[in-house]
Ligand binder design. Structure first.
Ligand code: NAP
Length: 254
């Protein structure tokens, strides 16, 4: 697919460049500075990209980048959620602008775009309950705002998915293509964290679910490369099982 990658200079973004190319996609990198992107990538990789300079706040420029470059899919890794509930983050503003640009491009084409967003573990459902994990461990709350916005979309306007990782660590800073991840492909499920470990402790009044969520959290640590590979692999088909889903992922080999 031809993919517009917004935020290609970031931790996830640089791995996405390498993973998307490795999976045979054409990549249009949408970045604030082409010079910065060039300085971060091997010349042999940078040469394989089309690069558009622009701000992720600018929905009109994003729509134009999609239309003028004939992109069939978008991955947004721009903007970062603050950890503390009182922390400032421009992610919701970026998210809303990207979503608007993607929606308008789909409307112009009369065909919804395929899009992957980055979320966090906290927007997944607490298994067996009506709550989500960040109801019990209230961190990285920007992702909740973004999910709330996705829920307001009219049907058939954007074919979105949101990957919901816990902490992601780098395997290496080698962004050459093809990628060489030493880790297993991730196991995924829609809506809830896969392979959740339940505990009687969830029944402890007030704090039970928070304890169980906190106990589980580090089991969902993955690498940046694994998440990038997961998205790039999913985009090999247009009919993904994850369209319209929050996607929980785990490295089941750990
Ligand atoms: N890292 C983790 O462990 C982790 C875990 C769970 C979820 N996440 C989520 O994953 C996403 C990506 O995280 P990350 O670690 O890759 O973040 P990062 O390294 O800080 O990268 C952020 C990217 O956003 C770009 N950006 C910021 N504002 C922009 C704007 N106005 N216009 C265009 N580009 C803009 C930055 O570009 P410049 O180079 O121009 O600044 C950079 O490429 C975030 O939403 C984060 O909350 C991360």
């Amino acid at each position: 697919m031809k993919v517009l990658l917004i935020g290609a200079t970031g931790n996830v973004g640089l791995r996405l460049v390498a993973a998307l190319l490795t999976h045979g996609h054409n990549v249009v990198a949408y970045v604030r500075s082409a010079q910065k992107l060039q300085s971060l990538l091997p010349a042999s990789v940078y040469r394989q990209l089309s690069v558009v300079e622009g701000n992720a706040y600018d929905s009109h420029a994003i729509k134009n980048a999609i239309i003028h470059n004939d992109c069939e899919a978008v991955v947004n890794s721009a903007g970062v959620a603050a950890m503390a509930p009182w922390g400032k983050s421009d992610l919701p503003q970026i998210f809303a602008a990207v979503l608007e640009g993607v929606k308008q491009a789909g409307a112009e084409r009369k065909k919804p775009l395929r899009v992957w967003f980055l979320g966090g573990l906290g927007v997944l459902s607490f298994p067996g309950s009506n709550s989500i994990l960040s109801d019990h461990v209230p961190i990285f709350l920007a992702h909740r705002k973004n999910m709330a916005l996705l829920k307001t979309l009219p049907p058939n306007t954007v074919d979105w998915s949101m990957i919901c990782p816990s902490t992601m660590t780098p395997e290496s800073s080698d962004f050459s293509v093809p990628t060489k991840s030493s880790h297993a492909r991730l196991t995924a499920s829609a809506g809830t964290p896969p392979l959740w470990q339940d505990s009687w402790m969830k029944h402890i009044p007030l704090i039970g679910k928070s304890l169980v969520a906190a106990m589980n959290a580090s089991r969902y640590d993955t690498t940046l490369e694994q998440n990038a590979d997961f998205i790039a692999h999913d985009l090999e088909t247009r009919d993904s099982q994850y369209i319209g889903a929050r996607v929980g992922i785990i490295d089941a080999s750990r």
